[in-house]
Design a protein around this ligand. Structure first.
Ligand SMILES: *Cc1c(COP(=O)(O)O)cnc(C)c1O
Length: 243
């Protein structure tokens, strides 16, 4: 391996150690066990070689947000012991591709997508964990920018997932809102998500995943009870552009 590549391996190792330390500290503060918080590394915009380096460092959960990028990357990493999470807004016509590599889809926000994922997963002989994405960035009726359903609609969508073959209700996900009542209050938003999760688990006990927190707000997410944090830039570096 070239010196430059070795340098990247060392950089990723240092970043990963820092993020794991942040998670551990946040758990100690919250009186939680670090093993109850799973780090999902968001590798979008970074090459398959970086995924390979992360796997060498012990990372087992990786996430992507665009099928066009994720499908070839997952194929290039098919020999690695990784679980792939899809976290981006998903068009129904991409369902067929996504179910080939993804183990979890965090961004399920409409019944048409459930139908598409179910049919595609059945055809591939796979069973995909679906998280209902909750939009907390809306007042009454105004469409949010980042996908997701209103809190009141979570139960109905989870029921649709539970009654469809090839998919199962795995939990809930949110992105800290930039607008609306929770803007600038990630902890409150994540606590709301946690309440929604508790209510959901009464009907769907297997739906234990609470996916919340990114590089800038993982402490708030851990404090509020997140089981999965989705960390990109703090591990891989700041992405160019606005993604
Ligand atoms: C990019 C992305 C992340 C990671 O964001 P960072 O700020 O880079 O940690 C998490 N969740 C989703 C849905 C994303 O698109």
């Amino acid at each position: 391996m070239s010196g430059e590549a070795d340098g990247r391996q060392a950089e990723l190792a240092a970043n990963l150690a820092r993020v794991e330390e942040r998670i551990t500290r946040a758990c100690v503060t919250a009186g939680r066990e670090p093993k109850d918080v799973t780090l999902v590394v968001v590798t979008k915009t970074y090459p398959a070689d970086d995924v390979r380096r992360l796997a060498r460092l012990g990372v087992r959960q990786v996430a992507e947000n665009r099928d066009q990028e994720a499908a070839p990357k997952a194929a290039a990493c098919a020999d690695l012991p990784l679980a792939w999470h899809f976290v981006g807004q998903l068009q129904t016509n991409k369902a067929r591709s996504v179910v080939r590599y993804a183990d979890f889809v965090h961004s399920v926000d409409r019944t048409r997508l459930v139908t598409a994922l179910s049919a595609a997963a059945e055809r591939e002989g796979r069973r995909i964990g679906c998280l209902v994405q909750v939009a907390l960035d809306r007042g009454s009726g105004a469409a949010g920018q980042r996908g997701g359903v209103e809190p009141d609609a979570v139960g109905e969508l989870a029921d649709a997932i539970a009654s469809s073959p090839g998919v199962w209700p795995a939990g809930v996900m949110t992105v800290a809102p930039l607008s609306g009542p929770y803007a600038g209050r990630p902890r409150a938003a994540f606590e709301r998500l946690r309440e929604i999760s508790t209510r959901l688990r009464a009907d769907h006990p297997a739906a234990t995943m609470v996916s919340a927190g990114m590089s800038g707000d993982l402490e708030e997410a851990v404090a509020a009870g997140a089981t999965h944090v989705r960390i990109g830039s703090a591990v891989l570096g700041v992405r160019p552009g606005l993604r």
